[in-house]
Write a protein that binds this ligand. Structure first.
Ligand code: ATP
Ligand code: MG
Length: 367
């Protein structure tokens, strides 16, 4: 068997492309290496190719080009019953003629696990999803969210080495969703299960994952741990897609190592960090998080460029204040401040000066 992969890699996508119709590529060039035990989330807009990647990894779709390996072996060479992959799909297909307990017992029977062991595992899995009292019901007698929880329990009950989950918490209310997020990550880490998780929900992706792969247009735009993704987006798409973000457009005037000077379209000058720009004269979109905007001058670096801003709206949100400003012609520039005892509440109608550390303001592609 061909083993051209990396020995430390458990899941590998190498230069994978996928076309369903022989014309358009829905996955364009996917390269991804996951060590055993990693919890990786694929996050991206609808149609960006996330489910397609899971289906190829599960062996239900074949890659048009490139190779996918599981523990060093091409997925095409592993028969389905030997893949040891647990799956929860967008449409949680439970066996309708079986009870909940039978649904969960089935993957254990296939694996020739004895009756008493089976019962203990089924009970544990049902308790985990808070469905212990529902073992005797059929799927049609459950709500959508309850069916989704059973599908999740069924994917985990045989303690697979790799679990693929496609929006497994979509039908649950906020509280149950947060409880399940916690349960899934805990269980995966304690059992050493490798997880590829798909979601639209960026908070879910950031809180659950070791690394997040941001998908767009059939490509991974950035693959990094949650904090790096949020604090160091590599391009405008990622900066906009993850978290709240302020953008201002302009032209690069100077680049000096870690700092560049940007002239905004209204003529004002600001300092930024050159991240995805390479030369003077290039158009750029600078990106700054609402919590990194400073209007307390004492907290800025000496000589920092500041901008005038009009206060448009003040929103009290309990723990934070969210203030909307007009900055360089942008009416949707948001500042977030913590509700601390000495915090200033900005008055709509007033004019202030804002600034930031150049390292917090990233000059990205104007795309
Ligand atoms: N079986 C199929 N035949 C033809 N085209 C398909 C098939 N499955 C998916 N596609 C197309 O491939 C592209 C990627 O689809 P995919 O389901 O992977 O997206 P996704 O990222 O999972 O989106 P969502 O977040 O909406 O679930 C879409 O344009 C979709 O229409
Ligand atoms: Mg999908």
């Amino acid at each position: 068997m061909a083993d051209t992969g990396n020995a430390a890699a458990f899941v590998e996508f190498e230069r994978v492309q996928k076309s369903y119709d022989g014309e358009t590529l829905v996955v364009k060039d996917l390269n991804l290496t996951m060590p055993k035990g990693e919890f990786l989330t694929m996050l991206g807009p609808s149609g960006s190719g996330k489910t397609t990647c899971l289906m190829m990894l599960a062996g239900f779709e074949t890659a048009t080009h490139g190779s996918i390996r599981l523990d060093g072996v091409s997925i095409n060479n592993i028969p389905p019953h030997k893949r040891g992959i647990g799956m929860v799909f967008q449409n949680y297909a439970l066996f309708p003629h079986m009870t909940v307990a039978e649904n969960l017992s089935f993957p254990l029977e296939v694996r020739k696990i004895g009756k008493s062991d089976r019962e203990a595992k089924v009970k544990r899995a049902l308790d985990m999803v808070q469905m212990g009292a529902f073992g005797g019901r059929r799927p049609a007698q459950l709500s959508g969210g309850q069916q989704q929880r059973i599908a999740l329990a069924r994917a985990l009950v045989f303690e697979p080495e790799l679990v693929l989950m496609d929006e497994p918490l979509g039908a649950l209310d906020k509280q149950l969703r947060e409880h399940m997020q916690f349960e899934i990550t805990n269980l995966a880490h304690s059992l050493g299960i490798t997880v590829v998780y798909v979601t639209h929900d960026q908070t879910e992706a950031l809180t659950m994952s070791d690394r997040v792969a941001v998908f767009d247009d059939g490509r991974i735009q950035q693959l990094d741990p949650p904090d790096v993704l949020y604090e160091e987006p590599k391009n405008s798409f990622v900066a906009q897609f993850i978290g709240e973000n302020n953008t201002l457009e302009g032209v690069v005037k100077e680049i000096n190592g870690d700092v560049c000077l940007v002239q905004l379209d209204d003529g004002e000058l600001i300092d930024a960090k050159p991240v995805n720009v390479s030369k003077v004269g290039e158009r750029t979109r600078v990106s700054i998080r609402p919590e990194r905007v400073e209007f307390n001058k004492a907290r800025l670096q000496p000589g920092a460029h500041t901008l005038k801003a009009d206060v448009l709206e003040f929103i009290y949100m309990g723990d934070i204040f969210r203030t909307r400003l007009r900055v360089a012609g942008n009416d949707d520039f948001v500042v977030k401040t913590r509700n601390a005892p000495d915090q200033v509440r900005l008055e709509p109608g007033s004019q202030i000066e804002i600034g930031w550390l150049p390292s917090d303001c990233r000059a990205l592609d104007a795309s």
